[in-house]
Design a protein around this ligand. Structure first.
Ligand SMILES: [Zn+2]
Ligand SMILES: [Zn+2]
Length: 1003
């Protein structure tokens, strides 16, 4: 048996265990009140629910009924059979509770063709069944039928099983009914159309019916059954979906002779497209699926998009064939990625190569392609990062071959501050591979390197000679270790990193201590201090978005939009920037007095070729608004300085409204790769397979808080895994898996993630974990939230990645907030309990994608069922999981925010002074008189600066008039301050403090 198969069986086994334990299936005796123990499958007495006076909310929290809403396929009369089963718990003498046997009974329902609204069936039959069962007349239930018309005027039938027992009874201490289920046989139903979703030729919107306080399924012979949990399986994407064998896309082959494989891939894509997207093919589909005219139009547009995609790949392939440098770079890139893959994989997935080839023109013809932003959209875990790493390595090598010898090729940004460590390691691995091949091939230019540029707190901006409080102290021996970012040496892949501060070159270095390492040139080419990044302009910068605002404050950030001022002749000092009092030659090394030398090579080529945005969908609200101003500012600066703007690449978890989002943020057109196939199960690049990726289990705890229900789930999960540890044979027999696979199963299912939407939810859950979970042995828990220290995050990830030998020493539960939704890729995380639906569907998709990355995952989605949103997701849960992206809410974003403009405008002008004006003047422009003199001499006026700012902010449209007025009035003030001589003005005439600039992204 293979581990994949065993893993699926494990998921079945443990999922069932949680549900049966919550319902009480395997319990017969209890020493505690069953009402406090079982939270699924039970029905409270209607009288008790009514007396709460909470209305529908109370009914959902502790329901007295389960049932269905259905649309009969025929007109009345209707005749069908309802099957009911339930049991009770009876208190014995010594406070021990005994479970009764189960009643299972059928009730015939006949509804005549007359007009009535509601009726009850089976109450006397059920009452006598219960009398038989418990020996006293106490418990009873009924099948209640209600008839109404739905929104389309179609008859709708509500069938309910209701607990009609009294709220309390002198003999029967607990009048809840347990393990209740309801089935309907013999009723033909006509499916509903889920109106919440837009009509689309790609998706099926039909659902059989709606469960009421339960889920529903239909058996193959048409019996409709209630379920206590709603299960929705999501299949693993398959990356090759045509009958012909996949072309050889191994790194090995592509590094030697790539063209035949690539030609073959293109010809298969063309064939597939002809059979899938041709006019004829679409007409057949339209007939089969009854497309409306709208759907047909939508399909025609998709067919056109597909054909563009195919043409871009063909064009890229032609470039590769006709440009020897490009072909050489492509081959070397494959060798580099092979190094970075660390033998974990040997080949590209076809879509990765598809994306690469389709985007090759952004490398060779940057001018032609930079007006469009390209978005990669794949199922998470599909290898998205590697895909654009391939493109970036290709671009970096091509840069060197075509004369760019130094400077930044790409700047990759994450929206959040933390947890991009694993991504950073992957970038470092890829660039180390690129550096090894560069040296071997004897390609001239700077070595390839990576910089880590993130917001404050995580690592230092600079190492000062005389540190103030909270600044890194160069004399503190423990300081370097605290700044470690890489986990492994990217060259030899060993955990052999040592952190050193080198006083001579004033560098905080990652060094490899492995004597056999392929890297023999001292410190690794990896920079974590901002100033070192500016000094060495690493080939790729990985970082967070908040750093963008620093462009207005730091003259030495110019390398991100253009050339530095010069180079310091002292070895290890790097590039120089604007002259300041503390750095009289522009060298950023404290105390350096060596005069700066002029740059070699074309200054125009210093501007990066790419800006990457990871997790694009998170750029919304004020973060999105602030960023939109900075995005166009960066474009503006780079265009002014280098005559071109970079290509934007992005990845997003959702495609809802992506065109508008790209337009607002970047003022570019948007394109997505790949074009989705004509249905969920068809696609050339990706389609859903029948291998389980994630099982989602929707749960609405009955009569129990979310926290306690979550505790019970975690208890059950941890007990089950401990059973597997202590008695593998028994558990393996239950599961039907080979006992030799147990150690691996324990490893991949031994950690549970408890996901909370708010820190408050999470704190409560953690407190309760500590006190409420009773399992054999210790329960090792940890938390991953925005409050977790950077170094601790690294340690936790390491522990998860490389677990301790003994199960008892490992981490068992990770309580996590949204902070872990991004960039945490740990194959061992496969079980998650979600405490309440996250606020947005995008977050739900992102968060749950942290589990099941490699193995089948299991996600318990605990619904806060009293909340309307949770209740509504619960009602159509299967569609919600299957067509998740279609449920994603449009992303709220605008650049026309006057409030945001009031905070960014000063930064725009400061950035222009620092990066456009100051480099043109012999001295510095930090004081009012200098600026006044420079502006006068160069005819820079209110009007020229205002127009430049309007361009920089891309506020040129007719709807931007109000913002232009705001800008004009700000610039009037600015120029007024400039004209008015102030005696001791030591800073530019800007009314916004530097501090508030830095806080912009924290809005
Ligand atoms: Zn090494
Ligand atoms: Zn120097």
């Amino acid at each position: 048996m293979k581990i994949e198969e065993a893993a699926e069986k494990f998921v079945d086994w443990i999922g069932l265990k949680v549900i049966t334990s919550a319902r009480g299936d395997n319990h017969y005796l209890l020493e505690v009140d069953p009402g406090r123990r079982f939270w699924l499958g039970r029905l409270a007495p209607e009288e008790a629910v009514m007396s709460l006076g909470l209305g529908e909310r109370g009914e959902r929290l502790d329901p007295c009924a389960i049932g269905f809403r259905l649309r009969p396929a025929t007109t009345p009369p209707w005749q069908f059979t309802v099957f009911v089963s339930a049991c009770a718990w009876l208190r014995g003498d010594s406070k021990v509770w005994n479970k009764s046997s189960k009643i299972v009974t059928s009730i015939d329902v006949v509804i005549p063709a007359t007009n009535y609204q509601s009726a009850s069936f089976g109450s006397s039959k059920l009452e006598s069944k219960f009398l038989e069962l418990v020996g006293t007349r106490a418990l009873t239930a009924e099948v209640r039928i209600e008839i109404s018309l739905d929104s389309t005027n179609h008859a709708e039938l509500t069938v309910l099983l209701v607990n009609k027992s009294p709220k309390s009874h002198e003999v029967i201490a607990d009048t809840n009914l347990y393990e209740c289920s309801l089935e309907i046989s013999g009723l033909d139903v006509s499916p509903y159309i889920l109106e919440a979703l837009p009509d689309s030729f790609r998706y099926d919107r039909h659902i059989i019916g709606y469960g009421i306080n339960c889920g529903l399924t239909m058996t193959s012979d048409g019996v409709i059954c209630s379920t206590d949990a709603i299960i929705a399986d999501k299949g693993r994407p398959s990356y090759w979906n045509v009958a012909e064998p996949q072309p050889d896309l191994t790194f090995e082959t592509l590094s030697k002779n790539p063209l035949p494989s690539l030609r073959r891939l293109l010809s298969l894509l063309t064939q597939w497209g002809d059979s899938t997207w041709s006019k004829h093919a679409l007409e057949i589909r339209a007939r089969q699926n009854g497309w409306t005219e709208e759907m047909h139009k939508e399909a025609d547009i998709a067919a056109r998009d597909f054909s563009c995609e195919r043409e871009r790949i063909e064009f890229g392939l032609n470039l590769l064939e006709s440009n020897p440098d490009l072909l050489k770079a492509f081959k070397l890139m494959n060798t580099a990625i092979r190094h970075a893959s660390r033998d974990r994989y040997q080949a590209w997935r076809p879509f990765q190569i598809g994306f690469l080839i389709a985007n090759i023109m952004s490398i060779t013809e940057p001018g032609n392609d930079s007006e469009t932003a390209d978005i990669v959209w794949f199922a998470t875990g599909g290898g998205k990062t590697e895909t654009y790493l391939g493109l970036l390595v290709l671009a970096a090598i091509f840069d060197r071959l075509s004369g760019k010898m130094s400077g930044i090729t790409a700047w990759s940004r994450f929206p959040l501050r933390m947890l991009s460590l694993q991504q950073t390691q992957r970038f470092a691995d890829a660039m180390a591979g690129a550096e090894l091949v560069r040296k071997e091939a004897g390609i001239p230019g700077d070595r390839f390197s990576v910089g880590f540029l993130v917001g404050d707190g995580a690592k230092p901006n600079q190492i000062p000679i005389e540190p103030k409080e909270n600044q890194p102290d160069p004399d503190d021996d423990s300081m370097p270790a605290r700044c470690q970012v890489l986990i492994r040496c990217p060259f030899c892949q060993r955990e052999s990193i040592e952190m050193v501060f080198d006083r001579a070159t004033w560098q905080l270095q990652h060094s490899c201590t492995n004597p056999d390492c392929a890297w023999t040139e001292g410190a690794l080419p990896f920079y974590v201090v901002d100033e070192e990044i500016f000094r060495f302009l690493p080939t790729i910068i990985v970082g967070t978005l908040d750093k963008a605002a620093s462009i207005s404050l730091q003259a030495s950030m110019r390398g991100l939009v253009g050339p530095p001022r010069g180079r310091c002749p002292v070895a290890g000092h790097g590039y120089t920037y604007a002259i300041r009092k503390a750095r009289p030659t522009g060298c950023l090394v404290p105390g350096c007095l060596a005069p700066s030398t002029t740059l070699v090579g074309s200054p125009d080529r210093f501007g990066p070729s790419f800006r990457l945005q990871d997790e694009l969908h998170l750029l919304r609200d004020s973060l999105g608004a602030v960023d939109s101003h900075y995005e166009t500012l960066f474009d503006h600066l780079q265009e002014e300085i280098c005559g071109r703007k970079p290509k934007i690449l992005a990845s997003s978890a959702t495609l809802t409204g992506y065109e508008k989002q790209i337009d607002v943020l970047y003022r570019r057109k948007a394109r997505v790769f790949p074009v989705q196939g004509p249905s969920e199960s068809e696609g050339f690049w990706t389609a859903e397979s029948d291998k389980l990726a994630r099982r989602f289990v929707a749960i609405a705890p009955r009569g129990e808080t979310l926290e306690s229900a979550a505790d019970r789930i975690v208890t059950e999960l941890q007990s089950a895994i401990r059973d597997l540890v202590s008695d593998p044979h028994k558990a393996c027999e239950e599961m039907g898996v080979d006992v030799s696979l147990v150690p691996q199963l324990i490893s991949i299912y031994g950690v549970d993630v408890l996901y909370g939407n708010t820190l408050r939810d999470l704190d409560a859950a953690v407190r309760s974990l500590e006190t409420q979970i009773a399992v054999d042995g210790a329960l090792n828990t940890t938390t991953l939230t925005g409050k977790t220290e950077f170094s601790e995050v690294r340690q936790i990830l390491e522990r998860l990645d490389k677990p301790e030998e003994l199960f008892s020493d490992r981490l068992h539960v990770v309580a996590a907030s949204a902070m872990m939704s991004h960039g945490v890729d740990v194959d061992r995380l496969n079980i998650m309990v979600v405490l309440g639906m996250p606020l947005t569907t995008a977050e739900f998709i992102q968060a749950t994608a942290r589990v099941g990355r490699r193995w089948p995952g299991l996600v318990f989605v605990m619904h806060k069922i009293a909340r309307e949103r949770d209740a509504s997701v619960y009602r159509s849960f299967q569609k919600f999981v299957k067509q998740g992206d279609r449920f994603v809410e449009a992303i709220p974003i605008t650049r026309r925010s006057r409030r945001v403009l009031a905070r960014t405008v000063a930064g725009i002008e400061l950035a222009r002074i620092l990066h456009i004006h100051e480099p043109k003047c012999a001295g510095s422009l930090t004081l009012v008189p200098q600026i006044r003199q420079f502006f006068a001499k160069n005819k820079i006026t209110l009007e020229t600066e205002l127009q430049a700012a309007i361009q920089a902010l891309a506020l040129t449209g007719p709807l931007d008039e109000l913002l232009r007025i705001d800008l004009a009035s700000w610039f009037e003030g600015f120029f007024r301050n400039l004209r008015t001589p102030v005696v001791t003005s030591a800073s530019p005439p800007i009314s916004v403090s530097q501090r508030s600039q830095c806080d912009l992204f924290a809005m």
